[in-house]
Structure formats: C-alpha cells, structure tokens
Design a protein around this ligand. Structure first.
Ligand code: IMP
Ligand code: MG
Length: 427
C-alpha cells in the first residue's frame, strides 16, 4: 500500500480519520500528508479514549513513528501551527515529527482580517467561511503576491514581498472597506517571531515524499474539506479556495498521479454541510434535527451546527468520477439505527426533468430537487457489529444498495466513533 489518498466525498466532516485508522491497522503508515487547505479543517482524533482536535496538523501528529507533512499546497498560519503543537504538548502527548514545505504559502494576521471583512461586505451573499484567512491567502498565491515559508528566512526578501502584498491589500482595506491600513513592520515582526522554531521543520517535501515512495514506504495523503467544496469541482462560489479532490493531492505535494495506488472517498450514510450554498437533500423537519442530534453534527472548527439531509447518490457518483475513486468508506451508518424507513436520493428532478448526473450548471443544481427511493430501516443498535454478516439484513441491503448506485465499491463501514467500530466489506 505505498500511496493512498483519503478524501471527503461530500461537503466535509465525513469522518475521514476513521478510514485512516482502518488503514493503519493493516499497514503501518510512514508519512501522513496534508496537501490543501489550512487551519480551516477539523479533525477529531481519539487516542486512548481522549479526544484531540487538529485543524492544520495532519492526524499523523499523534501517531508515533509516522512523520507528518504539510506539503506545498497547504496555506500555513505559523501562529496556528505552533498553537496546535503546543496545545498537544501541554496535554502530555507524544508529538510525532513534522515537516513543512518551503513552498507552502503563509497565512499572516492580515489574511484573516480580510477574510472577515470580505464576508461582512458580501452580506446575504456570504460564503460562510471559517474566517481563518484561507481564501485571501490563496488569492495572494494566485495573484503572485503571496509569502512562502522559505521567504521567512530572508528578512530582506520578506520585507520586499510584504510591501508588495500590503500595498494591494491596504488599498482594498482603506478605500473600499473603510478600515485602517496594516503596517509592514507589524507583520514583519509577527512573522519573524516564528522563524527560529520553524526553520528545522522546513524541507523540500516533494523530494522527501518521492524518495519515501521509491523506498517502498507508505504515504497517506489525508484530505481536508471535500469534493463538493473544491474550488473547481464543488458548488462554486460556496466552496473553499483550494482543490480537495484527488488531483489536488498531486499538485499540492509534487507527487505525480501515476504514483497513487488507492483513492478512498469517505462518505457519510447521510449528508451534512456547514456554511452556505446549495444542498438538494437538506431536511428542514424533525428528521433533520434527529440526524443532527444523533450524529453529533456540530463543527469541530467553528462550533456551528451542520445542515443535515439524506444520502445523495448523485453527489456520490460525481465524487467517484471526479476523484477516480477506487473505493468508498461509508461512515456513521449507526446514526440511522432508529429510522423506520430511510430515503436515499437516487436522481434529481431539474426543471421538470429527471437527471441522473450532477447538473452541468450551478443554476440547475440550485433548482435540483431529490428523487427518493426508500429502504426499510433495521431498528437495531449496530454499534457492536464487527463483520458485514453481523449487520441486520436491512442494513446489509442498505449498504449494498448504496454501493450499487454510488460508482465505486464500499471497502469499509463505520458503526460508531471508536477506532475499532469498523467493518471491512469485500475482504
Ligand atoms: P473557508 O475554507 O474558510 O474559506 O470556507 C469556505 C467554505 O468551506 C465554508 O462553507 C466552510 O464552512 C467550508 N469548510 C471549510 N473547511 C471545512 C471543513 O473542514 N469541513 C467542512 N466544511 C468546511
Ligand atoms: Mg471536519
């Protein structure tokens, strides 16, 4: 199992950590790599019954022996990086090795100022971002006024680059948003305060990872955000500013597509979304509240309650296609234990027509209403099941039905939050 991608197939919070845990039970993982996003992610990791949340650090940070890598495609807030590391160290856990790409872009305090001000300016059109500066840092990157990790080690260059970046940003802040300008010296001082601690962690992570793969080591690319939040393939503009899809892993790490062996799409047995944007199977009734309550659907990063709805096979098929999924890992099946009858969206109706695939335009997607098929519930606590055959017949039927309409086989099923509450299907 040399190079494996684990990514979200819906709108995030699918429980990607469980798929990682299952992989680690059969193959020790040498590297855990993040390739996109920043400290907007929310991973919950349970170690020896204790709960830890990380936002920027890969989950591998709590796996002794695994090296955590923050690759070039990530936007790195040094402040968040060290806050998270120190938070873990304070709780007495053993923190694994961490390597940060010299080419990763830096999030400074002005990026989150701009993120929040922009959202306020958008009013009712706001994206519902996490406010952490992710979007502004990526727009600086593409606008070629970004600061990269390597720039922090050359004060002269850093000053020059900050002058260029803040010139543009301050025009925006003062003339459009009516805010105070941000001083170059303030940001310079802020960023230079991290350099001594950061320097030993910085490396050419593309070289590191390709060498590791040459040596037959196991590299896990850990997704953040998810397919439907992808800036190209998601529900634009209600998306994050990077490419969480499988292709983004290659761009974001400098590891070529021919080196990837498995692409696992993690998908919940129902659907959730935080922030704004279209969501065809969203529920506004008791069932929605029940999913939210039983599933504990509250954001790890923002504390916002998540919007909830039924499983959407159109989204699943789309995720299978745009990521080239080799398999799915279905999480939180146990959340559905109490339902009499479980609806599954198998297609949409768009402007009076049945469509089986993701509509071509966002306008059509906004008009899509779900066409449901109904499955008998199992009305049994399945949290103790450990093999597929342990599952009640109706739960087996539900899983097989999802598999047949979702575009890839189901490799594993999660039946509870614990690391061991997992069933391997097909093998
Ligand atoms: P941003 O990534 O902070 O720019 O936020 C853009 C959109 O992505 C918002 O709808 C966020 O709620 C959503 N988002 C960002 N990160 C995550 C995540 O890890 N899980 C779920 N949604 C996310
Ligand atoms: Mg999350």
């Amino acid at each position: 199992m040399p190079a494996v991608v684990v990514l979200g197939a819906q709108w995030g919070d699918e429980g990607k950590g469980k798929a990682t845990d299952l992989l680690a039970t059969t193959d020790p993982i040498d590297f855990v790599v993040r390739t996109s996003g920043g400290h907007n992610a929310g991973h919950t990791i349970v170690v020896n019954g204790e709960k830890f949340a990380t936002h920027l650090l890969p989950s591998g940070i709590l796996t002794p022996g695994a090296t955590s890598v923050i690759a070039n495609g990530v936007v790195v807030s040094p402040e968040a990086l060290f806050r998270e590391l120190d938070g873990l160290i304070e709780r007495g856990v053993e923190v694994a090795d961490l390597v940060v790409s010299a080419n990763a872009h830096v999030i400074a305090s002005y990026h989150s100022v701009i993120d929040k001000v922009t959202e306020r300016f958008l009013g009712k059109n706001q994206i519902g971002t996490t406010g952490r500066g992710i979007g502004p840092a990526y727009s600086d990157k593409v606008g070629r006024i970004g600061i990269r990790v390597a720039d922090l080690f050359d004060e002269g260059i850093l000053r020059e680059k900050l002058e260029a970046a803040l010139d543009v940003r301050n025009h925006l802040l003062t003339k459009i948003y009516n805010r105070r300008a941000i001083e170059v010296d303030t940001v310079l001082e802020e960023l230079l305060s991290y350099t001594d601690r950061l320097r030993p962690m910085v490396a050419d992570t593309s070289l590191l990872l390709n060498n590791a793969l040459d040596e037959g080591r196991t590299v896990l690319f850990e997704g953040a955000q998810a397919t439907m939040l992808d800036v190209d393939h998601g529900t634009y503009p209600f998306v994050t500013s990077s490419n969480p899809v499988a292709g983004g892993v290659c761009v974001g790490s400098g590891v070529g597509p021919t080196r990837i062996d498995r692409v696992i799409g993690v998908i919940k047995a129902y659907t959730t979304r935080v922030g704004s944007g279209p969501f065809p199977t969203e529920l506004f009734d008791e069932d929605g509240l029940e999913l939210q309550r039983i599933g504990g659907e509250i954001g790890v990063s923002t504390g916002r309650t998540r919007r909830c709805g039924w499983y959407d096979a159109v989204v699943a098929r789309y995720a299978a296609r745009v990521n080239g999924l080799t398999e799915f890992f279905l999480t939180k099946l146990d959340v559905l234990d109490s339902w009499e009858r479980i609806p599954v969206c198998v297609a949409y109706e768009v402007d009076g027509k049945r469509v089986e695939e993701m509509p071509m335009t966002q306008t059509e997607f906004h008009h899509a209403t779900p066409i449901y098929e109904y499955f008998e519930g199992w009305k049994t606590d399945i949290s103790g099941c450990r093999t597929f055959e342990d599952l009640p017949a109706n739960a087996q039927t539900y899983v097989r039905a999802l598999e047949s309409i979702s575009g890839a086989k189901i490799w594993g099923v999660g039946v509870g939050p614990g690391r061991e509450q997992t069933i391997v299907v097909n093998g």
